[in-house]
Structure formats: structure tokens, C-alpha cells
Write a protein that binds this ligand. Structure first.
Ligand SMILES: [Fe+2]
Ligand SMILES: [Fe+2]
Length: 271
């Protein structure tokens, strides 16, 4: 299967099986086809976007299975959106250079990881009696997709902001689950964190390739769409070490740590 067919099935296909499509035997050859981003990804009724507000459960309620299940439902939503947005990136950015195929190869590998995460969350939620779509699935990340005009914009938002915040959140919730002796769910968070480090590293690698003589922080900031703030790249406790591990430089980490704005990251308690 050509990579564009694969990406289209993931993005436009409506079922969970479509979203979890295997990338085995993918043909990665150049294509200059243009692609119009759909308003929404394909979604069966149960998985359709719904922006009804549901509060993220407090860690203090994690002794209750249903609250842990609800937390996993939020995480599963992010995985699903990441899969669809990465598929959209495969389709949107033209293969004008050989470098783009290498960029896309990395995206396909990342989609595999996100599919693995989604499956782990779904399996664990099932043990708590919850299915994907039992709670509203918001479109927050997806709404930025049509503003990500180039791969630089894409990785600034996806890897350096959404996935970067997850470096903090995954650890925070791993501890939260461990605190109520749910070691099985804690282990899922640990695996997700390991992979997330490599996803942020991949984004940083590409931005470093593309930034020329601009420093990473300024390059990143100028490629974030206006609606997005670097404050979104941080979780509850800002972990510098893990960002070094993901290949971000000291200067970037310092700027991000010191960054303050209207988003009130200090008041941010969860995803
Ligand atoms: Fe993930
Ligand atoms: Fe990721």
C-alpha cells in the first residue's frame, strides 16, 4: 500500500480499525499530489467530536476505577487525535525534496507508537468498563491542524508543544496511579513516556535541521500558530532533565521554563 492510501484510510476512514491500520508493507515513494484537509477526520457516530465539557478527574479520586478510566479516556483521545493529525501531515506536505520522505518515514514510525498507546489505553479502560466514546471526545488539537502550513509548523505544535507537555503529564499520572497501587496503569504511562521522549526528540531533530542560524527557541516560537502558546508545552511539574534527554538544548529549556503568559500555566492542573 502506498503511504498516501495508508494515511487516507487512517484520516478519512471512520472506524477504530481504520485508525489502527497497520503500516506493514508501506511503500514510501515520492508524491506531489495535493490534498485538501477535511473539516473533520472520518469518525463513526460513537467517536464523533463532541466539545461538551467534562472535567478531568482529580488525582485524589484515583482510588475509584471509574475516575482512572475517565483519565485514560482523555489520554486515549489525545492518541487518536495525534494519529489523525500525523496522517494529515503525511498527506498535506508535498514531497518536494528527498528529505520529505525521511520526514514521513519518521511520522509513520510515530503513528505506530501512538496506535500502540491507543490500544493500551482502550484495553485498560475496558477492564474498568469504559469504551472509547463513552465520554465526549473533543477536537481541541485538531482545530489547529489547518494552521500548520509547513512541517516546521507541524512539529512546533505537535512534538514541541503537545507531546512536550506529555513529558510532564505522563510522569505525573504514572505517579498518581502508582499512589493508588494501580501498577498496571502506571506501567502504561511509563511506556508512553519512554516513547514520548523519542517523539519530542524527533521533532527537535527536524527543527534543528530546518532552523538555519536561528536559535531553536525563536524558530519554535515563530512557527507556533497564533492561537497557541508555549505555555501549552509544559505540564504540571516542569522536568528539565527529561527535556535534555529528548535532545532539547539548555537555552530552549530555560526559555520555556521562564515563559509566562495569559494561559496561566501555574493554574493548570491537567490536560
Ligand atoms: Fe502517544
Ligand atoms: Fe507521541
Amino acid at each position: 500500500m502506498h503511504y498516501r492510501e495508508y494515511a487516507k484510510q487512517i484520516l478519512e476512514g471512520a472506524s477504530l480499525d481504520d485508525k489502527l491500520l497497520s503500516s506493514k508493507a508501506i511503500v514510501l515513494t515520492e508524491s506531489l499530489d495535493l490534498y485538501d484537509l477535511p473539516t473533520n477526520p472520518g469518525r463513526v457516530k460513537k467517536l464523533e467530536f463532541n466539545n461538551e465539557q467534562v472535567k478531568f478527574p482529580r488525582s485524589a479520586s484515583f482510588h475509584l476505577e471509574e475516575k482512572r478510566g475517565l483519565a485514560l479516556h482523555f489520554f486515549a483521545n489525545h492518541e487518536l487525535l495525534a494519529i489523525e493529525m500525523m496522517a494529515a501531515a503525511l498527506l498535506l506536505y508535498p514531497d518536494t525534496t528527498k528529505e520529505m520522505l525521511t520526514f514521513k518515514k519518521g511520522l509513520i514510525k510515530t503513528i505506530q507508537d501512538e496506535q500502540k498507546h491507543l490500544k493500551m489505553y482502550i484495553a485498560r479502560m475496558k477492564e474498568f468498563g469504559i469504551e472509547l466514546g463513552d465520554f465526549p471526545l473533543n477536537d481541541f488539537f485538531w482545530r489547529s491542524m489547518d494552521k500548520l502550513k509547513t512541517p516546521s509548523h507541524f512539529y512546533s505544535a505537535m512534538a514541541m508543544t503537545f507531546e512536550s507537555a506529555n513529558l510532564d503529564f505522563a510522569q505525573f499520572y504514572e505517579e498518581g496511579f502508582r499512589a493508588v497501587e494501580d501498577f498496571k496503569t502506571a506501567e502504561i504511562m511509563r511506556i508512553v513516556l519512554e516513547d514520548e521522549i523519542s517523539h519530542v526528540a524527533l521533532g527537535a531533530h527536524w527543527l534543528n535541521q530546518w532552523r538555519g542560524d536561528k536559535d531553536l527557541w525563536n524558530y519554535y516560537k515563530t512557527h507556533l500558530p497564533g492561537v497557541m502558546t508555549p505555555a501549552r508545552a509544559k505540564g504540571i511539574h516542569f522536568d528539565k532533565e527529561i527535556r535534555l534527554k529528548a535532545g532539547l538544548d539548555h537555552e530552549f529549556i530555560r526559555e520555556l521554563d521562564e515563559f509566562r503568559d495569559e494561559f496561566k500555566v501555574t493554574n493548570r492542573k491537567n490536560w
